[in-house]
Ligand binder design. Structure first.
Ligand SMILES: CC(C)(COP(=O)(O)OP(=O)(O)OC[C@H]1O[C@@H](n2cnc3c(N)ncnc32)[C@H](O)[C@@H]1OP(=O)(O)O)[C@@H](O)C(=O)NCCC(=O)NCCS
Length: 179
């Protein structure tokens, strides 16, 4: 398995992988929604605001994760949010998701990111260091339909202290359907 960062030249593969994975797990509507999200994240987000990490076997894309910047204007820390995470349906349960997340978090640390947030199943994401948080720790950019799934971790040696002020996401994530 090879892990790498960057989307150049493989945008179509990444969008297709996310769409087919979520269609299989959550249905057609969710698959289409994730395809729109990833198309936006890859197509409309400035380079410095998005980090895409992929797991590949030879030419085959097996998994991908996307981090994008959150801006807390009143806080000096660099914050990214993880969404989505997809591992090819026929390769799930082999540890690829966790390896890819561990790789991705290391890439963020290398870029000086202080805090990473995500929105998902605490049971899964706790395996790679995320903890449940409330909006006292980080205000979400949009209302959370499932506050139980609001998760975060510090990527520095310091504990995750509350982020100051409201948070803003990149345009691709700026829609209630993703929150
Ligand atoms: C969720 C997903 C990314 C996990 O990737 P994966 O490579 O299959 O997972 P791994 O093999 O790394 O991890 C497996 C472990 O996580 C657990 N796990 C897998 N999916 C889980 C889920 N949705 N919720 C809770 N636990 C989960 C497994 O029970 C297993 O536990 P163990 O390590 O104690 O045995 C993958 O199944 C996927 O793409 N699912 C569809 C899309 C999705 O739901 N994405 C996440 C939301 S953004």
């Amino acid at each position: 398995m090879q892990f790498s960062t960057g989307q150049a030249g493989r945008e179509r593969q990444i969008i297709d992988l996310c769409a087919s994975t979520f269609t299989a797990s959550e249905g057609t509507e969710e698959g289409a929604s994730i395809a729109r999200l990833v198309t936006g994240l890859l197509g409309t987000t400035p380079d410095g605001d998005v980090v895409v990490c992929c797991a590949q076997e030879g030419p085959t894309l097996v998994g991908c994760i996307v981090f994008s910047r959150l801006r807390y204007e009143q806080d000096e820390r660099i914050v990214f949010v993880l969404a989505p995470v997809a591992v090819r349906t026929d390769r799930q349960g082999e540890g690829i998701g966790q390896q890819l997340l561990t790789y991705g978090l290391k890439q963020l640390r290398g870029r000086g990111v202080d805090v990473v947030l995500t929105y998902g199943d605490p049971a899964y994401y706790s395996k790679v260091g995320f903890r449940q948080i409330t909006e006292d720790v980080a205000r979400a950019p949009l209302p959370l339909s499932f506050p139980h799934g609001w998760l975060g971790q510090s990527l520095t040696e310091r504990d995750l202290q509350p982020l100051a002020g409201p948070g803003g996401c990149v345009p691709a994530l700026d829609s209630p359907e993703y929150w």
